[in-house]
Design a protein around this ligand. Sequence first.
Ligand code: AMP
Length: 525
Amino acid sequence: MAKVIGIDLGTTNSLVGVVGLGKPTIIPNLMGNRITPSVVRILENGNYIVGENAAKALITDPKNTIAGIKRFMGRYYNEVMDIVPTVPFDVVLGRNNLAMIRCHGVDYSPQVISAMILQYLKTSAEAYLGEEVNQAVITVPAYFSDRQRQATKEAGKIAGLEVLRIINEPTAASMAYGLDRKKNETIIVFDLGGGTFDITILEVGDGVFEVLSNGGDGFLGGNDFDNRIVDWILEEIKLEHGVNLSNNLLALQRIEEAAKRAKCELSELSQTQIKIPYLVKKDGDFINLDLILTLTKFEEICEELFERLIRPCEQAMKDSKLFSSDIDKFILVGGATRMKKVSEIIQRVFKTKPSSSVNPDEAVALGVAIQSGVLGGDVTGILLLDSTSHTVGIETERGITTRIIRKNTTIPTKILDIFSTLLGNQTSVEIHILEGEGKLCIDNRSLGRFILDGIAPAPAGVPQIEVTFDIDANGILNVTAKDKGTGREKSVSVKASTRISDSEVEVFSNILDRNAVSIQKMQLK
Ligand code: AMP
């Protein structure tokens, strides 16, 4: 049986793993590294480079080098407006209000860019295993919405991978922690990556992994802390040299690199020196940037970001109906949890010290490798009971969301509710599907709408419309509406409107295939 691979598709870095001899293993990429930067550089001829070599071009070719594509997955153009000014590449408004990335005059959807990363990992796995790989399990942040999950699945398809399962990153990390544990434990996985923050409370033991609650912030990660330092540096340059560099792409890219380095150094040190020689010319002379950033100053400029970590933690605790004293282990995942303040916040909120029993960079990949082993038949005796991270429902009168499946429900799940008409002789109803915790529809995300017609005329409130919500093990929703009177039924898999068309999938699969061959050729030289 061909191997199923597990992929941790991260905002900053991605990893691929597999189960060999019953144990999860990280597969090195084609450059021999366990961690692949999630960076893609598009070349003028349409070919592309992924990983370390692409990351080198972040400074030399920023317009065509894309980092952090995960932040664009399954999101409309108007939803990424806050990110657009912070990236050096062009983000344009595409078909159906999608955000597209324009390189060398060609528009690429975030799914296609992600597919390039996935395909590189697939090729790396094939080189390592010596066989073709066609199936994968991919992780997503627990807080990913339905649309973002669908976009991830679609990226896998474009890359030539059948995505057997989408699993949540913290759940994967808990598997890496709990694989060999016999005793039951209640654990918290606190996952702060490059672009997202998740907190998940689980019970693990004897092969069973049951999620009790999920919380998080889909738009909070290490990148946001980098951006705060960038803003601070720009301000310092303005004060000291009277130069505004916020539109100077090349300078910005170098400042961003320096900011990221400073952030990481401040996880170890109480201050760091930010030196960027020959940054930019002013009045014929170069500005050589030389600043000191203290830990205190860093924590001050990022205070609002650190504070945003607290509420999701409190909410997840509340949802789990547990107390801090019930928690046996607190596990940190994601590179950004190395920031000193993170441990401090955890101790303040949970009155407990986080454990360093898993490698924060590899836990998700090892966990998803285990799950790929389960689905590929290499691992037995594991039961994963994940749960939904968002409430889903439909719009009912006066713009109210009627909740059908509440967040933190164990998946897969199926719930049926009966609705009726608002007006007399109403022969059709609109099913407007929403995701989110808000009471009002305008506070929630719209996942799609469809009309069920052919309802027999009857007084208001008499027809019985059966609405079924079905969430599969990937956390993806299917909705069915049925008029019990006539038996008329309409069933939709809530196809995200951020989808790209099947013909686009085909076109890009071919481009990716062509490139895969060129990667292999490069290997042989
Ligand atoms: P991940 O998604 O787990 O790869 O996390 C990547 C994020 O972690 C990026 O924003 C990195 O800059 C950040 N990161 C990695 N190492 C450190 C460190 N030592 N201190 C602070 N942040 C870090």
